[in-house]
Write a protein that binds this ligand. Structure first.
Ligand SMILES: NC(=O)c1ccc[n+]([C@@H]2O[C@H](COP(=O)([O-])OP(=O)(O)OC[C@H]3O[C@@H](n4cnc5c(N)ncnc54)[C@H](OP(=O)(O)O)[C@@H]3O)[C@@H](O)[C@H]2O)c1
Length: 245
């Protein structure tokens, strides 16, 4: 591997937006660690897709909310590819309960994966990234909408945006950028699950561009932030949503 070969870790890359990001970063020239929680076969498929395109990738199971799993994820990346330059923290779950339902278990589950997971992955990335590195976390554009039922999810992602801004300041002097990408409705399992065709159609029309986002729409933005052209963007939340504001 050449000295300037870049290496990326993408959490939650077995499907959806994470898979599109892993494929895009691979085609941009990264060697990619494809993280997943339980979907080993789907993660292996992401790796195969990257390899078919001439890239290099390895799947690694790790629960982003477990500190020893996250440490192992970075250890494997460094053992396999020698360094880590780009970390995309994409793994996330969605829950839909009104606040007055007081479903503490769903709240804790959402916070555990989305916020504790971001804290651990961003913290580990801050320790391990090479000079010139890039850290990108996935937030969501529904923060601005405050839809009923989205309390735990929005609270967790608002926390992610807070972590991103603080970490950008903590990494002063290391030439590492830290940003968030906040998609609008994007056609993945996370978005489609539990919604009627009518609800999906309504949300698809909500943006002035009048369609759902594709995972590749989001991967394009991550690619920009991870690339040379995005290097002056730091501590920002980039809302990629077709105008869903
Ligand atoms: N789709 C949207 O409309 C939308 C909009 C705004 C923001 N987002 C954000 O974009 C990100 C990706 O969403 P998506 O729609 O692509 O979701 P998705 O299709 O449901 O995929 C979620 C991914 O996260 C992984 N994951 C879940 N829990 C994990 C854990 N504890 N540790 C490691 N990996 C875990 C899953 O792995 P397994 O397959 O192994 O479980 C899967 O690869 C999320 O952060 C989401 O909040 C999505």
């Amino acid at each position: 591997m050449s000295q300037d070969q870049r290496v990326a870790i993408v959490t939650g890359a077995s499907r959806g937006i994470g898979r599109a990001i892993a494929e895009r970063l691979a085609s941009d020239g990264h060697h990619v660690i494809v993280n997943y929680a339980g979907s080993a076969q789907a993660a292996a498929e992401t790796v195969k897709m990257i390899e078919r395109g001439g890239g290099h990738a390895q799947a690694v199971q790790a629960d982003v909310a477990e500190p020893d799993h996250v440490q192992r994820l970075f250890n494997v990346a460094i053992e396999a590819f020698g360094r880590v330059d780009t970390v995309v923290h994409n793994a996330g779950i969605m829950s839909n309960q009104r606040i007055d339902a007081l479903d503490v278990e769903a709240f804790d589950r959402t916070m555990r994966t989305n916020l504790r997971g971001a804290f651990l992955v961003l913290g580990e990335a801050a320790q391990r990234l090479s000079q010139g590195g890039r850290i990108i976390a996935l937030s969501t554009s529904v923060i601005a909408k405050a839809f009923p039922g989205y309390g735990a999810y929005i609270a967790s992602k608002a926390g992610v945006e807070g972590l991103v801004r603080v970490l950008a300041n903590e990494l002063r002097g290391r030439d590492i950028t830290v940003n968030a990408v906040a998609p609008g409705p994007t056609g993945t399992e996370l978005f489609l699950e539990g919604k009627s065709d009518e609800q999906v159609a309504q949300l698809a029309k909500a943006a002035p561009l009048e369609r759902l986002g594709e995972p590749t729409d989001i991967a394009n933005v991550v690619s920009f932030l991870a690339g040379i052209e995005g290097g002056w963007v730091n501590g920002q939340v980039l809302r990629a949503n077709g105008g869903f504001v």
